[in-house]
Write a protein that binds this ligand. Structure first.
Ligand code: ATR
Length: 273
């Protein structure tokens, strides 16, 4: 049977096996999908061993995405832009192809929630790997303006400069942010420490859409905060997780699974509904 897995550390709580097993059942593809948690300095060897032993493809998650970028034979244009690889496919001619489906997953999830991206004014919080992966797919829509704000302003400036050939993208400090945004995307890891990005409450209004790439069984700290200040449309990163997986599955199997039912089952599994 064709073998796939996700590499990460830690990875025990990954929902990817659950999601891909449902995709395989739905599309009647015969495959198995597992987990691998190599020591941080043993990822390269573990990856090589997996493909030497007949593996067909894998997902890569924290902290290996940047390393995977350097280990594959060929990169898709979107992986090159993202500077990170979350999906690897062994092609029929034996080439390890590195791809990145995270940004496409984000955009697909935003659209499935009815969020209009074309001509919108978007605020992206954070300038780490998650922000980098989202930029090209977001700018392709294209928004009228995309502003990046980051605690370390120089990193936001660098990202804006790197992507300015793809659209109207600027960097501002949290203090500089002004005017009305249609969509705020939180790509920071602040929630992991139970913290909030230092965003002025005045930027939140009833018609704004709020997206947090993090997710949990209950609202993230950022979503709770946004609701308190009047945001009516809030979304967490669970849908992005399922959509990036669907995109990876399509890369591997050439068949696109439906995501709605799988997302519902995942929510049930997590105790969200
Ligand atoms: P990832 O790959 O998930 O993006 P990362 O590269 O470590 O992870 O980036 C984390 C992002 O969250 C960074 O933009 C970080 O800001 P700094 O560049 O200033 O470190 C941001 N971040 C983390 N904790 C934060 C907090 N408490 N408030 C605001 N931003 C925070």
């Amino acid at each position: 049977m064709d073998r796939y897995l996700v590499f990460g550390h830690p990875v025990r709580h990954s929902k990817s096996p659950f999601i891909h097993t449902l995709f395989a059942r739905q599309t009647q593809q015969e495959l198995e999908y597992g987990l691998a948690e190599p020591a941080v300095d043993e990822f390269a060897q573990a990856l090589r061993t997996f493909f030497d032993q007949g593996g067909k493809g894998c997902n890569v998650t924290v902290p290996f995405k940047e390393q995977a970028f350097t280990l594959v034979d060929r990169l898709s244009p979107r992986a090159k832009r993202a500077g990170a690889v979350n999906t690897i496919k062994l092609t029929d001619d034996g080439v390890l192809l590195g791809d990145n489906t995270d940004g496409a997953g984000l955009v697909a999830d935003l659209k499935s929630h009815g969020v209009m991206l074309a001509d919108s004014r978007i605020l992206l919080l954070g300038a780490g790997g998650a922000a980098r992966g989202a930029l090209a797919p977001l700018l392709a829509e294209p928004p009228s303006e995309l502003v990046i704000a980051n605690r370390t302003h120089a990193k936001a400036q660098q990202l804006a400069a790197e992507f300015c050939d793809l659209g109207h993208v600027t960097a501002q400090t949290y203090e500089q942010l002004a005017g009305s945004f249609d969509l705020v995307i939180n790509s920071t890891s602040a929630s992991l420490q139970g913290e909030l990005p230092p965003l002025a409450p005045a930027l939140i209004h009833t018609d704004i859409a709020i997206y947090d790439m993090m997710y949990g069984a209950s609202d993230t700290a950022f979503i709770r905060w946004a609701k308190q200040h009047g945001a009516r449309q809030t979304m967490d990163g669970l849908g992005m997780l399922v959509e990036q997986a669907a995109e990876a599955f399509t890369v591997w199997r050439g068949i696109r699974p439906g995501t709605k039912q799988v997302l519902r089952e995942l929510k049930r599994n997590l105790g969200v509904i």
